[in-house]
Design a binder for this molecule. Sequence first.
Ligand SMILES: Cc1cc2nc3c(=O)[nH]c(=O)nc-3n(C[C@H](O)[C@H](O)[C@H](O)COP(=O)(O)OP(=O)(O)OC[C@H]3O[C@@H](n4cnc5c(N)ncnc54)[C@H](O)[C@@H]3O)c2cc1C
Length: 395
Amino acid sequence: MELRWSDDESAFREACRTWLAEHVPTTPLPSGDTAEGFAAHLEWERLLFDARWSVVSWPEEFGGRGASLWEWLIFEEEYYRAGAPQRVTQNGIFLLAPTIFEFGTPEQQARFLPRMAAAQDLWCQGWSEPDAGSDLAGIKSRAVRDDAGGGWRVTGQKTWTTRGAFCTHLFGLFRSDPVAERHRGLSYFMVPLDADGVTVRGFGRLDGDEGFAEVFFDDVFVSDDLVLGEVDQGWGVAMATTSSERGLTLRSPGRFTAAAARLVDLYRRTILDAAERGDWVDPGLRQQVVQAWIDAEAYRLYTLADVTDVVEGRSPGARSSLNKLWWSELDVRLHEAALGLLGPLAELEEGAPDAVDRGAWMKGFQFALSGPIYAGTNEIQRSIVAERVLGLPRK
Ligand SMILES: Cc1cc2nc3c(=O)[nH]c(=O)nc-3n(C[C@H](O)[C@H](O)[C@H](O)COP(=O)(O)OP(=O)(O)OC[C@H]3O[C@@H](n4cnc5c(N)ncnc54)[C@H](O)[C@@H]3O)c2cc1C
């Protein structure tokens, strides 16, 4: 394995770094999970797009730079290193787009990808329902054939839809064959949220942001050209999307190596100062910081192996569940270490005069706690690893 970057890749890194240094907002934007913050993040997304940094690995015709997967990893490292804003377009560009590249018709690709890259169409994902989360195949929202209209009539409810209240489109699974076996008879639809019969109701998260929505469909007409992949074969299409969410694209290592570097910096600012003052310092904190750094680095190295597989035509498949387990649990430990370093100051939120780093560590911790839940809970991922990676018996 060649662990050095080529001259071209280093030049690409330099170009990313320079542009980001000149453009990343010096004051962090408000949370993208609030209406005001989402609007501010959209302006950022459009700036990225205008400079062709919004989807670097996509072909140029869709708004990208045709960058390799290696270069995409480099971009991600630089993006997070620069402390650039969260990607509020992530559900589209990181989850739906790879699925459209794999399953979409040329017409669907031309229609949706450029508008997604430009943050004109904003996508949320509609899997979960009030009675179907982990058991996704248990969804009840249904699609009934409308031959006269040339499409489908969709009825049901989705929930926990991240940023649904701010988005323009939803992708998700609907039951198109009511008598087929659970995993069969599902179709993958892409639905404009301004269609007649759609009601979107936002609701708050435990951290106070308004980032979730419930989406209700009441006999909503969806034309045939909005089905992604084959009718009744949506389960396989949806698994491609979830594999992107758990594996390479949603949570790249750059996010965690940058957070680990900030943690080391926090250690210097807090514990080293305290030690210099002669205060007693818990040696366990140092251990936690070092472990978080090692874990982030391990994820980076593991991802290099993953990318090698993809570049050589091998799909990571169920191994994406290993990624998800690793990054979600690493994120919790990393933030716990930060709260330990801050001690009582950890509880000060943004706006409090003595809040360290604008209260970002507590906010990050609260979000990290949801990591073992979203993208499929970690209990489910462990079962997938047991059965499909290790080949253990189902019971
Ligand atoms: C921050 C966040 C963002 C989200 N965004 C979205 C989104 O944009 N779109 C969307 O559709 N959904 C979204 N979700 C919902 C998420 O996908 C579900 O919460 C998740 O799939 C779990 O489903 P559930 O909440 O119904 O819990 P349940 O499935 O009811 O699970 C409850 C508990 O039981 C455990 N459990 C269930 N079945 C098994 C089993 N077979 N074996 C072992 N343990 C089991 C689970 O691990 C969990 O601990 C989001 C969730 C969060 C926290």
